[in-house]
Design a protein around this ligand. Structure first.
Ligand SMILES: NC(=O)c1ccc[n+]([C@@H]2O[C@H](COP(=O)([O-])OP(=O)(O)OC[C@H]3O[C@@H](n4cnc5c(N)ncnc54)[C@H](OP(=O)(O)O)[C@@H]3O)[C@@H](O)[C@H]2O)c1
Length: 228
């Protein structure tokens, strides 16, 4: 299949590109700075900013499916303490802006303009109402929702836009992610019970996102939890 990955420079997006190529797909990696994408066979890098619908529509044109791995980022000067990974991620989530609410709405419009019919959106388990989770996970979820309330609100608007769209959409809600190896030792599916205390690797999350885009027709127009 032809797959466009938005947020291809991010921690999950990079792994999605790798996994899709491994499985033999043709991939368009979309990034604000496409020069950051390492060349590979069957991979094309295109420029696109989710705040600019026209750049998005151009970047995704000709693909069968779009996988969104965008998220809030903060740009502190490269050599500053605040630019270091963890601090950067915390700062981004405390002050997320509208990259999800506005960015995903623009992505839906770009799909409509360019004739792409399928969208897979990486969201987060923080959006769950917790019904399918254990008591311990529901407590952790409550804490998570309080601490990351702004980021969750922004993502909630994005999820709603996706659910109301006419696209063949899948929303993927991973638990916390980390930089481990691909294991395939994860659970996924609509209303699947996942443990908030067990991290999932970016690589396993990427595998789930590529499955949603290519080989899980029963997931279309559903919200899928992924975790361990
Ligand atoms: N990390 C976790 O533990 C975790 C857990 C659950 C859910 N999630 C969610 O999953 C998603 C991806 O997470 P991640 O940790 O892989 O994110 P990440 O490493 O922070 O990557 C975010 C990506 O979004 C891109 N982006 C930001 N603003 C953009 C814009 N205006 N136009 C185009 N691209 C833009 C960034 O591009 P640049 O390189 O140009 O900045 C980057 O590629 C996020 O929504 C996150 O909240 C993350």
């Amino acid at each position: 299949m032809k797959i466009a990955v938005i947020g291809a420079t991010g921690a999950t997006g990079r792994k999605v590109v790798e996994r899709a190529l491994e499985l033999g797909h043709e991939v368009v990696a979309v990034a604000r700075k496409p020069e950051r994408i390492a060349p590979a066979e069957r991979l094309t890098a295109r420029q696109g900013d989710v705040f600019d619908v026209s750049s998005m529509a151009r970047a995704i044109a000709g693909n069968d499916v779009v996988i969104s791995c965008i998220g809030p980022t903060k740009t502190f000067p490269d050599d500053s303490f605040m630019s270091k990974g963890f601090t950067n991620a915390i700062a981004a989530n405390f002050s997320p802006g509208t990259v999800m609410s506005q960015g995903i709405q623009n992505m839906i419009e770009a799909c409509e303009r360019s004739g792409v019919k399928q969208l897979v959106m990486q969201s987060g388990i923080g959006l769950s109402d917790g019904k399918e989770l254990s008591l311990a996970s529901r407590c952790a979820l409550g804490l998570n929702r309080r601490i990351l309330s702004k980021a969750i609100k922004d993502k909630g608007i994005a999820e709603q836009a996706v659910r109301q769209s006419n696209l063949n959409w899948v929303i993927i809600r991973p638990t916390g992610l980390h930089d481990g190896d691909a294991t395939s030792d994860y659970v996924s599916g609509p209303a699947t019970r996942v443990a908030m205390s067990r991290l999932l690797s970016f690589a396993d999350c990427a595998d789930c996102l590529v499955r949603a885009a290519t080989s899980e027709p029963a997931w279309v127009r559903t919200i899928v939890n992924v975790g361990r």
